[in-house]
Ligand binder design. Structure first.
Ligand SMILES: Cc1cc2nc3c(=O)[nH]c(=O)nc-3n(C[C@H](O)[C@H](O)[C@H](O)COP(=O)(O)OP(=O)(O)OC[C@H]3O[C@@H](n4cnc5c(N)ncnc54)[C@H](O)[C@@H]3O)c2cc1C
Length: 448
C-alpha cells in the first residue's frame, strides 16, 4: 500500500518540475519581449504550479488517511468494553464503532458492585477526558470509589455525546454466533474487542480457543460477602490491614503458637456499606496455621475470623456484625490457593474477512475469587489499544500485521506476569501499585 503512494508522489513531483522547466524554456526563447514582465509571468506560473502541487498532495494524503481506517466492534459494555470504545472514538484511524451489549440501560445502571479505581487507572482515564468531578463517587488518598453502574452510565453518555466519532451503541442486543459470522467489511479492516466478562462466550464464536492457563499467585485467600439491605448504597472507601496476626488457639491445639508468628495476613474490607466484602490473603509460607486453615472442615473458623476482623477494623459508624448476622454471611470455608486464569489466545487474525480479534478485561484474565481490584487490571489491559489501532491501520504487509499482533500478545503477557508478581499483593497493601504508566509506556516504546 505504501509503494503506490511513493510512485504517485514522485510522478506528481516530476510532472510539476517538468512544467516549471518547460515554462522557463518557453519564456527564454520568445524574442523582443519585456524581460521584467516575462520574469513576473514565469514567477506567477511557478508559484501557481507549486501551490497546485501542494494542494494535490495534501488532498491525496487526506484521502489516503481517510481511506486507511478501521471498523471497531466491541462486545460488552462493561467498564473495559466502554473504555475500549472511548479509545477508539478518540483515535483518528477508526471509521465506525459498534458496541453490542445484551443488557438494557436500566440493567446496566443497576449493577451494584463498587469499583475502586487506583491512581494508574485514574491517570489513564483522565487522558480519555474522563471527568471525575462529574461522576458520583468518593476519594480516599489517590483512589476513586464509585458504583460500576454509575461509571458505565457516565461512559455511555460520554460516548453518545461524541458526535463525530460515529459510535453505535446497541444495548439489549446480544452478540451471537450469527452476528459473528456476518462481521467484516469490504471497505475497512475490522477489529473486534471482546470484553464480555468472566462468563462471556463471544471469543469462542470468533474462533479463539476457549482454553485457559491456570497459574498460582503464590498466595492463599478467602472471601466473605455481607449484605445489609437496610443501609443506603453510598460510595464507601475501603480499609486495608497489613501483617495481621491471627490468634486461633481457642479452636484447638493445632492452631497454637509458635507457628502463629510465621503467617502474616492481609485483610481488605471493600464495597459499599450495603454490599460489604472482605478478603483475607496470605503469601505462601511454611506455617502450621496456614496449613490448618487450608484443610479445615469446620465452617465456623473462617466465619469467626471474618466477623472478628470486621468488628475490629470496620469503618467508624458502621455497626458490628452480630453472631446472628455472621451466620447469614457468604464465606469461603477455608483458605484456597489464589489462581490466575488467562486465555491461551488473546489475539487472532481471520485472513478471509480481514478481521483481528482481541480479548480484554475479565474475559481475558480473572482470578478464582474476587479480591476487589480486577477492574484496574482490565484498564491496564486496554492501554495498548491506541497504539495498536494505528499499527493495524498502517499494517499493509503480512509482516507488519504480524508485528502488530505480536505487540498485543506481548502486552497481554506482561499484564499477566505483573499481576502474578506484584499486583495481587499490591491490591492488598496500603502502598501504590508498582505497575504504573512509566512501565507500560516503556513497553510501547520498545515495541515501536
Ligand atoms: C460482586 C463483585 C464485586 C466486585 N468488586 C470489585 C471491586 O471492588 N473492585 C474492582 O476493581 N473490581 C470488582 N469486581 C470486578 C469488576 O466488576 C470486574 O473486574 C469488571 O466489571 C470487569 O469489567 P469487564 O468490562 O471486563 O466485564 P463486565 O463488567 O463483566 O462486563 C461485561 C459485559 O458484557 C456483556 N455481555 C456478556 N456477553 C455478551 C454478549 N454475548 N453480547 C453482548 N453483551 C454481552 C455483559 O452483559 C456485561 O455488561 C467485582 C465483581 C463482582 C462480581
Amino acid at each position: 500500500m505504501s509503494r503506490p503512494t511513493e510512485f504517485i508522489t514522485s510522478d506528481l513531483l516530476n510532472s510539476t518540475m517538468s512544467s516549471v522547466i518547460m515554462s522557463q524554456q518557453t519564456t527564454a526563447v520568445e524574442p523582443g519581449g519585456n524581460p521584467l514582465i516575462e520574469i513576473r509571468n514565469t514567477l506567477c506560473i511557478t508559484i501557481f504550479i507549486v501551490i497546485s502541487f501542494i494542494l494535490c498532495k495534501g488532498s491525496y494524503d487526506c484521502l489516503r488517511q481517510w481511506r486507511l481506517r478501521l471498523n471497531v466492534v466491541i462486545v460488552g459494555s462493561g467498564p473495559v468494553g466502554l473504555t475500549a470504545a472511548l479509545i477508539s472514538a478518540y483515535s483518528k484511524r477508526v471509521a465506525n464503532i459498534i458496541v453490542f451489549e445484551e443488557k438494557n440501560r436500566a440493567q446496566l445502571f443497576a449493577r451494584p458492585q463498587q469499583i475502586a479505581l487506583d491512581s494508574s487507572s485514574i491517570s489513564f482515564l483522565k487522558t480519555l477526558h474522563v471527568d471525575f468531578d462529574n461522576i458520583e463517587g468518593c476519594w480516599q488518598h489517590d483512589r476513586f470509589y464509585t458504583r460500576i453502574g454509575i461509571f458505565q452510565e457516565y461512559l455511555l453518555s460520554k460516548l453518545e455525546r461524541l458526535e463525530d466519532a460515529n459510535v453505535q451503541i446497541k444495548l439489549g442486543t446480544k452478540f451471537t454466533e450469527d452476528v459473528a459470522n456476518k462481521l467484516g467489511s469490504k471497505e475497512y479492516r475490522t477489529l473486534v474487542v471482546v470484553a464480555d466478562g468472566v462468563l462471556g462466550l463471544s471469543a469462542g464464536y470468533l474462533g479463539l480457543s476457549d482454553e485457559f492457563i491456570l497459574q498460582s499467585c503464590q498466595s492463599f485467600g478467602a472471601v466473605c460477602a455481607l449484605e445489609r439491605l437496610d443501609v443506603p448504597q453510598f460510595p464507601t472507601p475501603e480499609t486495608r490491614v497489613n501483617r495481621l496476626k491471627l490468634d486461633l488457639s481457642a479452636f484447638g491445639s493445632e492452631y497454637r503458637l509458635p507457628e502463629l508468628s510465621q503467617a502474616a495476613f492481609d485483610l481488605k474490607i471493600y464495597g459499599t456499606f450495603r454490599h460489604r466484602y472482605l478478603a483475607l490473603t496470605c503469601q505462601k509460607c511454611e506455617s502450621n496455621l496456614l496449613r490448618q486453615l487450608r484443610i479445615t472442615t469446620d465452617p465456623t473458623i473462617m466465619r469467626n475470623i471474618f466477623q472478628e476482623s470486621f468488628n475490629t477494623y470496620r469503618t467508624k459508624g458502621e455497626r458490628k456484625v452480630s453472631d446472628m448476622e455472621a451466620l447469614n454471611t457468604r464465606c469461603t470455608q477455608r483458605l484456597s490457593e489464589i489462581k490466575l486464569s488467562t486465555r491461551r489466545e488473546s489475539v487472532i487474525y481471520i485472513q478471509d474477512e480481514d478481521i483481528v480479534v482481541v480479548v480484554e478485561g475479565d474475559a481475558a484474565r480473572n482470578l478464582n475469587f474476587n479480591l476487589g481490584f480486577e477492574v484496574n487490571v482490565g484498564f491496564l489491559g486496554v492501554q495498548y489499544l491506541d497504539s495498536f489501532l494505528k499499527q493495524l491501520v498502517d499494517a499493509d504487509t503480512e509482516d507488519r500485521l504480524l508485528d502488530a499482533l505480536k505487540y498485543k500478545s506481548r502486552w497481554s503477557q506482561k499484564i499477566n506476569d505483573d499481576l502474578i508478581k506484584y499486583r495481587m499483593q499490591d491490591a492488598m497493601k496500603m502502598t501504590k501499585p508498582r505497575l504504573n504508566h512509566r512501565k507500560t509506556d516503556a513497553l510501547s516504546k520498545k515495541s515501536k
